[in-house]
Design a protein around this ligand. Structure first.
Ligand code: UDP
Ligand code: UDP
Length: 468
């Protein structure tokens, strides 16, 4: 379909996010950008939805954008034992993958016909066979770092040369061609080290199907990951890579503002850059023992803080009070020195507050991009998955610390004294502060008029026109 000037074809884009706020949020933010570029958007929502936060976000999004159509995709039930998976979010990824064939009638029934679909990376190999049959161009949104993407794209070539299924033959580090610094094997998600694991199989299948997608969108920008993006966009590294579009930083939309708890009033009363914000994202709980050491560390640091405590993977299951988690004595100490909450907070608004001077983060990629935007230095405490590799991006960029010696979640319990010392290091460093400020400046240039975000979307549309 063309407009009268023949310049702009009508674009109808379907979005298929995977489960977890860290996947859903960037998809909805991307939807906002596509709508502002006059695309018609259909959001495919997968049911049942895992967390309360996701259900609420989808409802708020659909109310804020009545022009977006929702297409409900009811999943086939999957027994956790069959999938050998007890993380409800990962189980949902697998459930969507195994239900993917049901997408075919759903996608072909949409009107006007779809121009293209954007799929989450975790679903790629199962969805690409459906879209190929429909001759529907399929792009993926890679919701983590370009550094992680380079490993993802290169992974099959490493795995194929390691047929014994053990981790030892990986050596100490992985040298992805063209990538500035090698990836230490100790930074890989532990499940990936077992070449026979179910997770590794999906990861490999997905990465092998990259060559069959039309392009890869990444929520990153040059100021954050210059070298990784250069090697991916120039295509120096790997043969057969589709075009890569760094469309980041994807910015939040007005509707995301709702949260039952807001520390903004409290922050108003604090000195500039004097407060540490502490959060480990939407699906990373900590053991009670570690939570208590962290509380002790925060108090010992002498800095004020806003601390979001999470003790269960899924929000619906949070059933313990702060009293039970922290114990009466520590809770009182903590509350005399900062704010501690168990609710969902509006992280973007907290990071944007001038009183916030540092962020203790698990380095989920959305958190990294948000901290970069606001120029807030990070004390990176990776817990699992891609987070160590993301933390290396921050450390390599010189605007935060990556606490490798603290290990993966549940490896060791990090002591309060050590945490307190590292907080002092973070908050006292002028170098980290000034580098973070520079990256924030570059993030703002990327979203400005004529910046990379706008240009990348234009390039995406041109790439799609070529498929017509
Ligand atoms: N987030 C938030 N409030 C919370 C917890 C998380 O706004 O209480 C947002 C955060 O700003 C980020 C996303 O949820 O956009 C979490 O994604 P990330 O990739 O950082 O981590 P994940 O939750 O996937 O581990
Ligand atoms: N991942 C990917 N493709 C896949 C599955 C996973 O790129 O098909 C990446 C993604 O970055 C994910 C990471 O591998 O975050 C590790 O997965 P895990 O579930 O352990 O991490 P999480 O999402 O919890 O951070």
């Amino acid at each position: 379909m063309s407009n009268s000037d023949g310049m702009h074809s009508h674009r109808h884009v379907a979005l298929l996010p995977s489960s977890g706020m860290g996947h859903l949020l960037p998809f909805l933010r991307l939807a906002g950008s596509l709508i502002s570029q006059r695309c018609q958007v259909t959001l495919i929502t997968t049911h049942p939805i895992v967390s309360l936060a996701e259900s609420q976000l989808i409802s708020a999004f659909l109310s804020a954008f009545p022009q977006v159509s929702e297409k409900k995709f009811t999943l086939l039930p999957l027994d956790p034992l069959t999938a050998n998976c007890n993380d409800p979010f990962k189980l949902q990824w697998e459930t969507i993958r195994r239900s993917a064939h049901l997408l075919s009638p759903l996608l072909s029934s949409l009107s006007p016909p779809l121009s293209f679909i954007i799929t989450d990376m975790t679903l790629m190999s199962s969805v690409v066979s459906v879209t190929a049959n429909l001759c529907l161009p399929n792009y993926i949104l890679f919701t983590t770092s370009a550094r992680m993407f380079s490993l993802f794209a290169y992974f099959p070539s490493i795995a194929e040369s390691k047929t014994d299924g053990g981790s030892s033959r990986f050596g100490d580090e992985i040298r992805v061609p063209g990538l500035g610094s090698p990836i230490p094997v100790s930074s890989l998600p532990s499940t990936l080290l077992d070449l026979n694991s179910f997770f590794t199989k999906n990861f490999s299948d997905n990465s092998r199907s990259i060559k069959n997608v039309n392009g890869v969108l990444i929520n990153s920008f040059e100021g954050l990951e210059k070298q990784s993006l250069e090697m991916l966009t120039v295509g120096k590294a790997m043969e057969g890579l589709p075009p890569v579009f760094p469309v980041g930083p994807l910015l939040p939309l007005e509707f995301e503002g709702q949260s039952s708890f807001s520390p903004l009033k409290w922050l108003e009363g604090q000195k500039e850059r004097s407060v540490v914000y502490v959060s480990f994202g939407s699906r990373t709980p900590m053991s009670k023992e570690q939570i208590r050491e962290l509380g002790t560390g925060l108090v010992l640091s002498g800095y004020k803080f806003v601390w979001v405590v999470k003790s269960k993977v899924v929000d619906k299951e949070e059933d313990e009070s702060l009293d039970e988690i922290l114990g009466q004595e520590l809770k009182e100490k903590v509350m005399n020195n900062g704010l501690v909450v168990k609710e969902w907070v509006n992280q973007w608004k907290i990071l944007s507050h001038k009183a916030v001077g540092g962020f203790i983060s698990h380095c989920g990629w959305n958190s990294v991009v948000e901290a970069a935007w606001h120029g807030v230095p990070v004390l990176g405490w990776p817990q699992h998955g891609d987070q160590m590799i993301n933390a290396e991006v921050i450390e390599g960029g010189g605007w935060g610390l990556c606490m490798k010696s603290w290990g993966w979640v549940s490896d060791i319990v990090v002591k309060g004294e050590e945490i307190g010392d590292r907080i002092k290091e973070l908050m006292g460093s002028e170098t980290l502060k000034s580098t973070a400020a520079r990256i924030s400046e570059e993030a703002r240039q990327a979203v400005g008029v004529g910046g990379s975000c706008e240009n990348m979307l234009k390039e995406l549309f041109q790439s799609w026109k070529k498929t017509e």
